[in-house]
Design a protein around this ligand. Structure first.
Ligand code: FEO
Length: 169
């Protein structure tokens, strides 16, 4: 059984994951409008990943006899200065989410909630990947600078990304 404190904290994280999905959907719309379909496709996959994260937590709350309580999802920004600006924001956002996950892990330990602690390990590992994939694109964008050809090549490459639901889920 999930205690109230842990239940509230995971519900807050469900909201944060849904906001992440919303943020990446806004970035997809931005890239689509800017004529960068590969970047937009990358963001679609990112949105699907965030929805997966939210649902994984949603199912966990129910599985532990808790109650899911959904809150309002804040409005995401709609415009960015450049692809570089977008990915600087993606990395900063993922670093923030990593911090939120770490706080959840700390809470699970403080509450001696071992089941939540084990469950959250998946997210700890996932955040390493999330930061790495954002950082990888960011690094390429820094190398490309203002080279339009480089941007088009990267757009094509990012368009190849596909969503594969993790097997253990
Ligand atoms: Fe759900 Fe991108 O972390």
């Amino acid at each position: 059984m999930l205690n109230r404190k842990m239940e509230q904290a995971i519900n807050d994280q469900i909201n944060a994951e849904l906001y992440s999905a919303y943020l990446y959907l806004a970035m997809e719309a931005h890239f689509a409008a800017e004529g960068l379909p590969g970047f937009a496709a990358w963001m679609r996959v990112q949105t699907q990943e965030e929805l997966f994260h939210a649902m994984k937590m949603y199912d966990f709350v129910h599985g532990r006899g808790g109650r899911v309580a959904l809150g309002a999802i804040p409005k995401p920004p709609g415009k960015w200065k450049s692809p570089l600006d977008v990915f600087e924001n993606v990395l900063a956002h993922e670093q923030k989410v990593t911090g939120l996950i770490n706080v959840l892990v700390d809470l699970a330990l403080a509450e001696k909630d071992h089941a939540s602690h084990v469950f959250l390990q998946w997210f700890v590992t996932e955040q390493v990947e999330e930061e790495a994939s954002a950082g990888e694109v960011l690094q390429k964008l820094r190398l490309i600078g203002k080279d339009a050809n480089g941007l088009f090549v990267l757009d094509r490459e990012l368009g190849l990304r596909t969503f594969t639901p993790p097997a253990q889920a």
